[in-house]
Design a protein around this ligand. Structure first.
Ligand SMILES: [Zn+2]
Ligand SMILES: [Zn+2]
Length: 144
């Protein structure tokens, strides 16, 4: 039995998740704001194996990050709901749009990234880490 259910506005796509959220973040990059109607991308990270599409076939739109690696945004081709993002940088994980989950109140956003692009009126989550750009690399590792 799935721990978390989700899907799109029109019901054509349904997803099931078989683990708890590993990490949650908000991305304020310009592409995410455009894609999400002016809001940041509120995202829940899971291991790829734990997320199953149980109904329908999402459409996909691929772009490149500043790093040159692929970002593929998957959404409902009928109603346009953002569903999940595949990052070339994180092949073992899947980044699910919080708005696609049936119970988005069950966790809090832990980090904001690309905060330098957030609109001046955005209120950051109290207690969350705020990074001006991407997550800083661990000490001794080059930025990706
Ligand atoms: Zn839909
Ligand atoms: Zn973004």
């Amino acid at each position: 039995m799935a721990r978390l259910g989700g899907g799109c506005l029109c019901g054509e796509i349904r997803i099931e998740v078989e683990e708890d959220i590993r990490f949650s973040l908000a991305c304020h990059c310009a592409d995410c704001q455009r894609y999400n109607g002016g809001a940041p991308a509120y995202e829940a990270v899971f291991s790829r194996d734990a997320v199953k599409i149980t109904k329908g076939v999402p459409r996909a739109y691929a772009t490149k990050a500043d790093s040159g690696r692929a970002i593929t945004r998957n959404f409902c081709g009928n109603c346009g709901t953002p569903l999940y993002v595949d990052l070339e940088k994180l092949p073992a994980h899947i980044v699910v749009a919080v708005g696609a989950l049936d119970a988005p109140n069950d966790f809090a956003i832990k980090a904001h990234i690309f905060a330098q692009s957030a609109p001046v009126w955005h209120q950051f989550t109290p207690g969350a880490d705020v990074h001006p750009r991407d997550f800083p690399p661990p000490p001794g590792k080059p930025a990706t």
